[in-house]
Design a protein around this ligand. Structure first.
Ligand SMILES: *Cc1c(COP(=O)(O)O)cnc(C)c1O
Length: 372
């Protein structure tokens, strides 16, 4: 079976993890500061805060941006559920808007139309590592007095048309290091924020940096990332360029191998100077194909795949809590119905890509025959 994802971890990760274990400083130690510094330098931002997950980071970033119960945040329905959940945690309401069919990121016109009187901010997601249209969203935010928090959890290594790395435009931005991301710490995340002191305090139960043990001056959480995880992060950052290059190599092979399959939609190529940071390889099946049957048929041919991503507003919790229904966001719903993630990882060989392409071609051809 060709797996969906596979982390690259080697001797350097073992060495640094061992260094932490032997140092006895397993949490809030020097490896934490080292990982944060290295990440900030890589992005070209002044500072960053490591946290226990991307979700935790989004929660802290939204709190630091300023959010009150009942307020609204405009965001994408075509994302991993965490980018909407972090708003719900604060008693606020995610307001979804439709996406752009090419990039699959929120459509700035739809976002502007979704901004109501109670809107506090915009939460764009750089889905599948492709940069969201931040210049357009920044204009909306400025006109309407909104903050922006970027969900860059899938977008390490991506760049905007002006050359700036995703996450380095001066808004709060959150990255994630779950095992399938561009770099992994097992579980983990990073918040780029001008409110570092607040983020660092709230990840640590609300303790101020200069406060004594167990004294707390605000509400906080345990969103700390251990130094063992940070050691993994440092080793992974050292090999980031190689990892990114390998991912784009695999993506290029896929795009070549899949180009001939009729009706199949591939990830959009880079345009206007925007550069994708390759995270997953997601294709949209031809119109009319049944996704679940395709996934089963691929599995029978030794290829793992999964629906990626289901629309958030149509998940049962969101339907029940916020009264969503089908038909609200036609583009997002169409894309969500047809999208599957194919196996995608840096060490993937040319023959594995060919194997996946052949299986997918058979499966899609099967639909063509069964339809006619
Ligand atoms: C991975 C991811 C997150 C964060 O996930 P965690 O598992 O909490 O690290 C958030 N948003 C998106 C779009 C993601 O892909």
């Amino acid at each position: 079976m060709i797996p969906l994802a596979q982390p690259v971890v080697g001797a350097r990760e073992e060495e640094l993890v061992l260094e932490v274990l032997r140092s006895g400083r397993l949490s809030l130690g020097p490896m934490l500061a080292r990982f944060e510094r290295m990440f900030a330098e890589r992005l070209g931002v002044p500072q960053a805060s490591a946290v226990s997950s991307g979700t935790a980071g989004l929660h802290l970033a939204v709190r630091a941006a300023g959010i009150e119960p009942g307020q609204e945040v405009v965001t994408s329905p075509f994302s991993f559920v965490a980018s909407a959940n972090c708003v719900v945690y604060e008693g606020a309401r995610p307001v979804f808007c439709d996406i752009d069919r090419r990039t699959l990121n929120i459509d700035p016109d739809a976002a502007a139309a979704a901004v109501g009187e109670n809107a506090a901010g915009l939460l764009p997601v750089h889905i599948f590592g492709y940069p969201a249209d931040l210049p357009a969203l920044e204009r909306i935010a400025q006109q309407r007095g909104l903050w922006i928090v970027e969900d860059a959890c899938e977008a390490l290594g991506a760049r905007h048309g002006d050359g700036r790395p995703v996450g380095a435009r001066g808004h709060q931005a959150v990255f994630a290091f779950y095992a399938n991301k561009q770099i992994t710490t097992g579980e983990g995340g990073m918040v780029v924020s001008e409110h570092k002191e607040r983020i660092d305090s709230e990840r640590n139960q609300g303790r101020a940096p200069d406060m004594g043990w167990l004294d707390h001056d605000r509400l906080g959480f345990n969103y700390r990332l251990s130094d063992v995880a940070c050691a993994l992060g440092v080793a992974q950052l050292e090999r980031l360029d190689d990892l990114l290059a390998a991912r784009s190599r695999v993506a290029a092979r896929y795009s070549e191998a899949l180009a001939g399959i009729e009706g199949l939609e591939l990830p959009c190529p880079d345009e206007g100077g925007d550069v994708r940071g390759w995270f997953v390889y997601v294709v949209q099946l031809p119109q009319g194909a049944d996704r679940d049957t395709a996934i089963k048929a691929l599995r029978e041919r030794g290829v793992d795949s999964k629906p990626y991503l289901p629309a958030i507003h149509l998940m049962s919790f969101y339907r029940e809590r916020f009264g969503h229904r089908e038909g609200e966001f036609p583009v997002a719903e169409d894309v969500a119905r047809r999208s599957i993630a194919l196996p995608f990882f840096p060490q993937m060989t040319e023959s594995q890509v060919a194997e996946v392409a052949e299986a997918l071609e058979q499966v899609v051809a099967g639909y063509a025959t069964s339809r006619s």
